[in-house]
Design a protein around this ligand. Structure first.
Ligand SMILES: NC(=O)c1ccc[n+]([C@@H]2O[C@H](COP(=O)([O-])OP(=O)(O)OC[C@H]3O[C@@H](n4cnc5c(N)ncnc54)[C@H](OP(=O)(O)O)[C@@H]3O)[C@@H](O)[C@H]2O)c1
Length: 285
């Protein structure tokens, strides 16, 4: 295991600032609570401005930190640049960027709504890459900083009937591990956090828990595992031993076999299967 990097550890200490996307609930909210308790100032980002404001007020009062709210829809192409510009205009340098906002869709690719699949790539991939590109240079110039990109165990293999979601998470995993290799000796560490199923609002967006397999982790445990992994200077973290085994199966068996097994497991059943609501997504992530 890589030894903690003292300069990086300082990013997680009081007085530094973390920007968290998808902070209005689930894993992002847990990151916000853990970091506020450690004395970090926060920039909270999501679409639900009311939830973000309530969280900012609560955490500022509880921990004496400064918490800013920048509500935006990150699936819009211009949103990352506007978010970065807003941070610059308000004098909010970001020491830790947590690209967490994301969602999944379930169903045959050809039957899923065009707009929903497009939005998924814009949020899970394009916004994450754009924000990394916008905030990383200042971290490198300061010689310190951290980025956590939330991927998924779905990023380790193709997943039929959630083809776009798994592909977006494969991008996040590959992109993040590559950046880890580029930046690890320049004072900045990047980490891919790859959870299995987590008890969050993800399933409300999905519209079903039928496909949930395995033991659900809590968002608190997953966020804590991400912060530990960052402190240890790791390239990626898969919380939970069952998830670590599952993610290694494509390396043990042939890729086509794991895809065929996944297709059987994920195939929507019943007469309503082709009519899944936009954004409906499975729980095997
Ligand atoms: N839960 C799991 O089982 C699981 C497993 C592996 C990976 N993940 C990943 O973990 C990350 C967090 O998900 P979660 O489980 O915490 O789900 P969640 O509770 O649904 O949280 C998703 C967050 O993303 C925000 N968001 C969604 N669309 C957005 C948009 N267009 N612009 C800005 N913010 C947006 C949501 O806020 P608003 O709706 O207010 O915008 C919310 O804060 C995602 O990347 C997901 O893929 C989750």
């Amino acid at each position: 295991m890589t030894a903690p990097n003292p300069r990086l550890s300082s990013v997680l200490s009081p007085g530094h600032r973390a920007l968290i996307t998808g902070a209005s609930g689930g894993i992002g909210e847990s990151f916000a609570r853990l970091l506020a308790a450690r004395g970090l100032d926060l920039v909270l980002v999501a679409r639900s401005e009311g939830k973000l404001r309530a969280l900012a007020t609560e955490l500022s009062a509880a921990h004496g930190i400064r918490a800013e709210v920048l509500a935006t829809d990150l699936s819009r192409p211009d949103a990352p640049r506007q978010l970065h510009a807003a941070c610059e205009a308000r004098g909010l340098p970001v020491d830790l960027l947590i690209n967490n906002a994301g969602f999944g869709s379930l169903g045959p690719f050809d039957a899923n709504p065009f707009e929903r699949e497009h939005e998924q790539v814009m949020l899970n991939v394009t916004a994450l890459m754009d924000l990394t590109h916008l905030f990383l240079p200042a971290m490198l110039a300061r010689g310190t900083g951290g980025i956590i990109n939330v991927a998924s165990i779905a990023g380790y293999q193709p997943v039929p009937y959630m083809a776009v979601y798994a592909a977006t998470k494969a991008f996040v995993l590959s992109f993040t591990e590559a950046l880890w290799g580029e930046t690890r000796e320049r004072g900045v560490r990047v980490l891919a956090l790859c959870p299995g199923p987590v008890e969050t609002g993800f399933f409300d967006v999905v519209g079903t828990r039928d496909a949930a397999v395995g033991i659900m982790a809590t968002p608190e445990d997953v966020a804590a595992a991400g912060l530990r992994g960052l402190e240890q200077g790791r390239a990626s973290v898969i919380p939970g031993w069952r998830n670590r085994i599952q993610s290694s199966l494509p390396r043990i068996f042939s890729r086509t076999l794991t895809v065929r097994v996944a297709a059987r497991m994920m195939k929507p059943r019943g007469p309503t299967a082709p009519k899944l609501a936009p954004g409906a997504a499975p729980a095997r992530r």
